[in-house]
Design a protein around this ligand. Structure first.
Ligand SMILES: [Ca+2]
Ligand SMILES: [Ca+2]
Length: 94
C-alpha cells in the first residue's frame, strides 16, 4: 500500500514537472525552436511558403527545394496560409 502511494506521488510530481516545462519546449508557432514566436519564425515560414514535402505530388516524389518540415506547423505536408496563420496568431508569445 505504501509503494502505491509513493508511486502516485511520483506520477503527480512528474505531471507537474511536465506541465511546468512544457512551454519551454513547445511554443506553438515557434519554428526555429528558440522559445519565442517572432519575425524569424514568420520569415522561415514565408521562405518555405508554397513548398511541399516528399510524396506530396505522388508517392515517392521528392520534396520541393524550399521545403522546410519545421515550417509545416499545420502538419499537412505543405506550407500555406494555415501555417502562416499559426505563427501570426501566436506572434510575440514565448
Ligand atoms: Ca522562434
Ligand atoms: Ca502545412
Amino acid at each position: 500500500m505504501k509503494g502505491a502511494k509513493i508511486f502516485a506521488i511520483a506520477v503527480l510530481a512528474l505531471l507537474a514537472l511536465t506541465a511546468y516545462m512544457h512551454p519551454v519546449f513547445a511554443v506553438t508557432g515557434d519554428v526555429n525552436g528558440d522559445g519565442k514566436v517572432d519575425g524569424k519564425d514568420l520569415t522561415t515560414v514565408a521562405q518555405a511558403f508554397g513548398s511541399y514535402g516528399p510524396d506530396y505530388l505522388h508517392p515517392g516524389s521528392p520534396p520541393n527545394p524550399r521545403w522546410n518540415p519545421a515550417a509545416d506547423l499545420k502538419a499537412d505536408n505543405k506550407i500555406d496560409g494555415a501555417d502562416l496563420t499559426v505563427v501570426a496568431s501566436n506572434f510575440g508569445k514565448s
